[in-house]
Each structure stands twice: as structure tokens, then as C-alpha cells.
Design a protein around this ligand. Sequence first.
Ligand SMILES: Nc1ncnc2c1ncn2[C@@H]1O[C@H](COP(=O)(O)OP(=O)(O)OP(=O)(O)O)[C@@H](O)[C@H]1O
Length: 612
Amino acid sequence: MARPQPKSISDKEKKTSVKDSFKALKTIPRFFREIYRSSPKLFLLNALSRLINAFTPVVILWVGKMIIDEIILQVSLPDKDFTLLWNYVIIEFSVAVLSDLLGRLINLTDGLLGDLYSNMSSEKIIRKTAELTIAQLEDPEFYDKLERARTQTNSRVDLMTNALGQAESLISMVSLIAGLVYFEPILILILIVSIIPSFINEAKFSSTRYSLARSWTAERRELDYLRFIGANNQTAKEIKLFGLTDFIAERFKGLSNDYYLINKKLSLKQSFYGSLFNILGVLSYYGAYVYIILRVLTGVITIGELTFLSGSFNRLRNNLQGFFSRFTRISESALYLQDYFDFIDLTVEQTSEAKTPMPKTITQGFQVNNLHFAYAGSETEVLKGVTFTLNAGEKMAFVGQNGAGKTTLIKLFLRFYEPTQGEILLDGININKFDVDAYRKRFGVIFQDFFKYEFTLRENIAVGNIDQVANDEVISYAASKSLAEQVVSEMADGLEQRLGRRFYKGTELSGGQWQKVALARAYMKDADVMVLDEPTSALDAQAEFDVFERFIALTKGKTSIIISHRFSTVRMADRILVLQNGQVLELGTHEQLMAQPKLYAELFKLQAAGYQ
Ligand SMILES: Nc1ncnc2c1ncn2[C@@H]1O[C@H](COP(=O)(O)OP(=O)(O)OP(=O)(O)O)[C@@H](O)[C@H]1O
């Protein structure tokens, strides 16, 4: 079984350096602005709590020193007075309670802010995806970017907690350092020397880990896909029937194991070096401790100061270690944040020239001139010089064998792609000159691969014009024209019936029922141009006849395009365009085409013979 080769982490192209991690930190201020926007009140409450909490360690240590010095003093005095001592104890107790409360408030606001921020960023990704062109969405490299932006939501929430914690830790450390500098500045030097190697080590590993995850984006996408098809109610039938479980499970196992192995190698290395450098930290702490003891023994500092200094040193060491490891985690997450901002900032090419207003009514129709088209990344032309006219009010059918280019031609009409050569004119104006949304609004379209939303029946119909989702009249009208009203009447909850089996109380429809529902979408608005791409392939003969009878009556005087492999449907069109290998082979009425011994007449007779 062919499996993608595991990527090496030394994969030069994709390797991310420590420098890149630092560069990614540039995005942090923007990140904070976004978090602030998600809830200014919560953000300020969180920041204020952290600011106050940052001073509690040094205050507690300081009060602890005062308590010990006071005890030693009172023990040596003949007239003892413990008032000050108990006051110190009350202060320390109050600060400890305050610190606990602040800690809880910080956790609470972190959680709430994290939820709000992740919701906001997910919504942004959904909106951004809608802005992009279909061609961009079909580009695998681009899709990887989308994947990284989408799947790293948790990492962004961690980043938020870490970055806020970092600010708090920084303030805390400054206050502790001030204490050390006041009594024994040399301790700071010992501290820095002990911590720098482990920081460099952490930074190096974090960028390697990111490089690895990044270079494996495509494979992780495949793993997700395998997980989806392997454990899913939509694919379960085929998987059971064809016995695909082993095939899928083995493929998953192979790929995931490759990833696990390089990840493991990296983790082991990281643990080894991490422990080594940590020993250095412990050594430095005890070095400093011995130094402080010697200072007490020589009478330079008091026992209270000893507890303050050793406590501060230990706390600072932990804080610094936390600070550096958080720093590397932040720079690692910042790389993902960069991916997210890259995605959000993607520009969609738009011509700056003023848009021509759409004509109120279509008077002449469409003129397709020498249209050529090849999909991105493919050399093969799918359309090769297609030229024809679709008159206003005309019903035209596109006919041709599989892969002839019919759907592609529709996609170009709908401006999902730009032609590589040639043009489509609407009433004499190149369709690119119109605002794309205004232009598309004039179409009522149903594609052969329409999407089955696991929403309610009402919503499934209303997606054709979602503004009208609450308008019963419009929905009933659309349902009656597409025969979906039969489906509605069969559902226990009528229009409010949830479709699909993913959610509670959902019900699955048959292929034909789904098609009727999807067809109703095309009737949700009074479109000028109707496009039905194989709208009846799943319908029974009677339903198909009924659907078309309604369609013909309803679209009288409207421009429409129908793609169908059923000639009983096709013959109802005013004219028929026969495509073969991306070229126009024939164009004319049913009678005209039947009169010439070409593909249309041949296919028609073939199908008719099948019915005899
Ligand atoms: N998104 C895409 N990216 C790359 N190639 C594509 C894409 N969509 C279609 N093609 C290719 O373009 C060619 C024409 O496809 P198209 O869907 O237009 O054919 P069709 O005439 O509608 O076929 P059918 O009757 O099977 O629906 C096919 O060779 C197909 O493989």
C-alpha cells in the first residue's frame, strides 16, 4: 500500500528557526488587541487582578521576614510585647487570602476570555473562508493554511493565558529582584547564569517542534480525514459492505505511527537536555543558599533576612524558569498565531475599477465568446473555445458525456473561476464588470452535488435565500414548486424537522427527497436566471415529469440552463447545447439536432431504445 513518505524534521524548506519564533512575537500586540475587543471588561478585570497578584509573593516573603526577626527580638527581650508580631501574622494571612481569591478570579476570567476569544476567532475564520475564491479553496497549499488556522484554536487560548501570565510573572520578578538587589546583588548574577542554558535549550526545541508539526500539516489533514471516514455514520454502509475497516485502520496506523516516532524522538531529546540543564539550576540554588548561610554566620544579615533571601531566590528561580519555558511556549504558539493572522489577512484579488450596475432586467441575454478554461494546477483545458448565445428568456439544456465540461461552464457563468481566455457578456457587458454579489443574487441555482445541511427542513430550503428563513409563505411556495411539500407533509415535525442523523431527533431523507428539498432552494427567490444542474437525477419518473411541468410554467420568459442526462427532460428546452471534450459539438432545437446524425441523435436513440 502506497503511503506518503514520512517527512524528515530537517526538511530544509520547512524548518523554522529560533529567529522565526522571535519574529512571530511581533503578532502578540495585535493578539492582545483582539482579546481586548472580545470583552474589554473581562480583559481589564483580568489584567488588574494579575497586576495586584504580582506583588503578593514579595509581600508575603517580606512579612515572613518581619515575623521571624520580631520573634527573635521578643525572645531576647525581658518585657515581651507580641502586638506587632500578631499584626504581622494577620497581614500575612490577609495577603494569602487575597492572593487565593485573585488566583481564582484570574482563572475564571482566563476561562471566559478564552471561550469568547476562541468563538470570535472561529467566526472570523468562517467569514474569511466565505470571502475567498473557490480556486483558492481548492489549492492544497492554501487548504493547509486554513487547516492550521482552524485547528490551532486551543493553542491560541493557551497563548492568551501564557501571555497574560507572563506579564504578571514579570512584575512579580521585578519586585523580587528589587529585594535581592537591596540585600545581596550577587545572587542575581548566579541566577542568570544558571537559567540561560535551559532557556536556549527550550527555545531551540520549541521551534523544532513547530517545524515538525508544520511540515506534517498535509499528513495530519489526511489523518483527520481517515478518522472521519473510518468513524462516521455516512460512510459506515460502504465500510461494512466493502470491508474497508482494515484498509482504513492500517493506513491510519501507518501514518500516525510515523508521526508518533519522530515526535517521540524529539520529546526524548528534549527531556534529556531539559533535565541536564535543570540540574544546573538546582546547583545554583544550593550555591546561593550556602552563600546566604555564610552571610548569616558572619553576622552580616539577620535570620529573617535569610528566610526572605532564600525564599526570594527560590521563588525567582522558579519564576524565571516558568518565565522562560512560558516564553518558548508563547513563541511557539505565536507561530501558529502568525498562521491565523496570515489566513485572516489573505487578500482576495479585487479590481478597483468602479462596478457597472446590474441591468434591472435582462434584455439580450448572455454571449459566450471563445471561452477557454483549465483548472489551477492542471495543464488540460476543460473548455476549449466555447462560443454560443443564450438569449434572454431562453431555456437551454447542456448535454454531453461525463467530464465534457458542462458543470465547469456553469461555474464560469457564476464567476467561481476566471476564464483563462475568452469572455462571457451579459447584455453586452463582461460579467466581471458587475459586483459579484449583485450578479450572483440574480441566479437561482441547484448543483448536482448540492450540500445536505443537517439543519431543519425549513433551513434546508431557506438556504436558497436565507433572509427569508422565517417567511412561511415563500418557503411553502418554493416547497410546492419543487415537490418538497410532499416531504414536509411526511415529517413528524413538518418544516421544523431536523434532517440527517447527526443530531438528536434528526431524520434521514431518501436521495429523491433530498433532491426535492434542494430544488426548492432555487425557487426561494424570484431569480432572473435559473440554473439546474441535474436536478432530477434521483427522482422517479412521475416526480421528474411533475417537477419539469412546474419548472416550465414557472420560468416562462426566464433565462434558464438545465443540465441533464435524461433526454425526456432535455427535449423540453428551447435549444440544446451539446458539449464534447470542452467544445461545442452541436447547438439547436431538439428537432434540428435529431435531424443530423451526430452525438445528440445517437444518444437520444440509445436512451429511447433502453425504454422500449
Ligand atoms: N474542481 C476541479 N478541479 C480540477 N478539475 C476538475 C474540477 N472539477 C472538474 N474537473 C475536471 O474537469 C472536467 C470537466 O468536469 P465537469 O464537472 O465540468 O464535467 P461535466 O460535463 O459536468 O460532467 P458530469 O456529466 O459527469 O457531471 C473533468 O475532467 C473533471 O475531472
